[in-house]
Design a protein around this ligand. Structure first.
Ligand SMILES: Nc1ncnc2c1ncn2[C@@H]1O[C@H](COP(=O)(O)OP(=O)(O)O)[C@@H](O)[C@H]1O
Ligand SMILES: O=P(O)(O)OC[C@H]1O[C@H](OP(=O)(O)OP(=O)(O)O)[C@H](O)[C@@H]1O
Length: 199
């Protein structure tokens, strides 16, 4: 069960920038797609990729997050350091509240999100676009095993994780990443381009 909390309301966000939440099941390729886009847009000052705060030890595999203890995570949460925080897979995750500075400038901010925390995201961010990444189930199992970050038991639990359908009130863009990363990556890049040139 994910407990998601909106720690700051959209009132703090002076409403111009767009927060892009990339969601989808474990192993679907969220981090790989964000890395693809990060490389493509390297050097742009109006696009930001969120470094999440996670109660997961630093490791060489996967995303570059800020590792914290659970006590530190809770203290940060109490201190209002997160725009949104949630729990999943036995871990705490937080989106640092400094994203509001970028959003206030009208920039685009990309974050790895959680399907179960999207109501909290919607409350936190006035302009929210959800990128729902999908892949065929048999592909997920192979990718998680190849990534090698979790134990076999953890992988099984991640594959068994059930989530509700996304709310129809959300602005959702679907990207199928069952095939080559480049194809799905280009779709994400095109979406980001359109958001950067929205005005
Ligand atoms: N389109 C793809 N084709 C082949 N392998 C992929 C593709 N997308 C991601 N992967 C691999 O699958 C594994 C899981 O990807 P990752 O980006 O960590 O997923 P997520 O962040 O959604 O859990 C990684 O080892 C990654 O290199
Ligand atoms: O509610 P869900 O959509 O199932 O998502 C739950 C959590 O799983 C992912 O975390 P993490 O990055 O630890 O795992 P992943 O890279 O294997 O997806 C995602 O970023 C969420 O924090």
């Amino acid at each position: 069960m994910t407990q998601a909390v909106t720690e700051r309301s959209a009132g703090t966000d002076t409403v111009s920038g767009t927060l892009v939440a990339v969601v989808g099941p474990s192993g679907v390729g969220k981090d790989s797609l964000m890395d693809f886009a990060r490389l493509h847009f390297a050097g742009r000052s109006d696009l930001h990729f969120v470094r999440r705060v996670i109660t997961r030890p630093r490791d060489a595999v996967g995303e570059d997050h800020e590792p914290v203890t659970l006590d530190r995570f809770e203290a940060l949460s109490q201190a209002g350091a997160f725009a949104v925080s949630w729990r999943a897979h036995g871990l705490g995750y937080g989106i640092p509240a400094d994203v509001y500075q970028s959003l206030g400038r009208g920039d685009v901010v990309i974050a790895n999100g959680s399907r179960s925390a999207l109501e909290a995201f919607r409350s936190a961010f006035a302009n929210l676009v959800v990128v729902n990444v999908t892949a065929r189930p048999e592909v997920l199992a192979k990718r998680l095993a190849a990534r090698g970050r979790e134990t076999a038991a953890d992988i099984e639990a991640r594959l068994a994780r059930a989530t509700e359908p996304l709310s129809p009130d959300l602005h959702v863009v679907e990207i199928d990443n069952s095939g080559e990363l480049d194809a799905a990556g280009r779709t994400l890049v095109d979406l980001i381009e359109s958001l950067l040139h929205k005005d």
